[in-house]
Structure formats: structure tokens, C-alpha cells
Ligand binder design. Structure first.
Ligand SMILES: [Zn+2]
Length: 144
């Protein structure tokens, strides 16, 4: 879910810096939504890495969607890497604050479904999202 929401964030910002900044914010928001965690850490890692690889292959390693996916998922690396835990607590704000990560709510199945649809949509979008420019004001343009 963090990979796919980060990818969508990257698509919407259309900027590498924007995607890198938005990713951790999306992570905090997603951690806050009550949700069941997937029981298999191995599956979580494999699906996350697979999602990022798919984005890197289809859209490019430096595409905002790939950067957004990495930026959004990266905070969870501290769950698997031996990073320092000052005061016995984890580093990322939504992991440090007791009670931020709430169990229950959205089932793992629904999350996987939504994540798959989001990631599939980003992968299927061939061009970066471009907000309408000042000059187009809703007028239909025909590309030649
Ligand atoms: Zn997290």
C-alpha cells in the first residue's frame, strides 16, 4: 500500500522533489488509517520490492512515481533493518508515537486490492500527469 500510494503521489505531483517530500507524508497518513497488517512480512517485502521494480522498469528508476513509491515505503525499512532505536523507540514519527498505528479497520485483502488497482493504474498510465496549463482553460487541444 505504501508503494502504490507513493507512486500515485509521484504521478500527481509530477515532480521528483515533490514525490520525495510527499512520500513520507503519505506513509504517516496510511499508518494512521486503521488497517490490518498482512500476516507475512516476507510477502510485504516481496510485494513492495516487486512494485518498486515494476515502476522502475516501466516508468524509469528516476520517474516521480518510482521516487514517490520508494519515499513512501522507505520508513518501513526500520521494521526489518537493525537501525538505531533512541530511547527504545523507532525513528519514523508514525512508528514512534504510541497508538498512531491502529489495528482493525480495512482488511488486508481490501488493501491488497486497492494497492493493486492503484499500482496497475500508475503502471498503465503512459505519460506523466500534467496539470492543465493557464492557456488551455478547458479548451480541447488536438495533438498532431
Ligand atoms: Zn509504517
Amino acid at each position: 500500500m505504501h508503494v502504490s500510494t507513493g507512486a500515485v503521489g509521484g504521478l500527481l505531483t509530477g515532480s521528483r522533489v515533490g514525490a520525495a517530500l510527499l512520500g513520507p507524508v503519505l506513509h504517516v497518513v496510511c499508518d494512521r488509517l486503521p488497517h490490518q497488517d498482512i500476516a507475512s512480512r516476507r510477502f510485504e517485502i516481496a510485494s513492495g520490492v516487486g512494485g518498486v521494480l515494476a515502476l522502475a522498469i516501466v516508468r524509469g528508476p528516476f520517474d516521480p512515481t518510482t521516487i514517490g513509491a520508494v519515499a513512501s515505503a522507505a520508513p518501513d525499512l526500520e521494521h526489518v533493518l537493525p537501525l538505531p532505536r533512541p530511547g527504545g523507540r523507532k525513528l519514523f514519527p508514525s512508528h514512534r508515537k504510541a497508538g498512531w498505528h491502529r489495528p482493525g479497520g480495512v482488511s488486508a485483502t481490501i488493501q491488497l486490492l486497492v494497492a493493486g488497482v492503484l499500482l496497475g493504474s500508475v503502471l498503465a498510465t503512459r505519460f506523466p500527469y500534467r496539470p492543465p496549463s493557464e492557456s488551455s482553460h478547458g479548451a480541447a487541444t488536438v495533438e498532431t
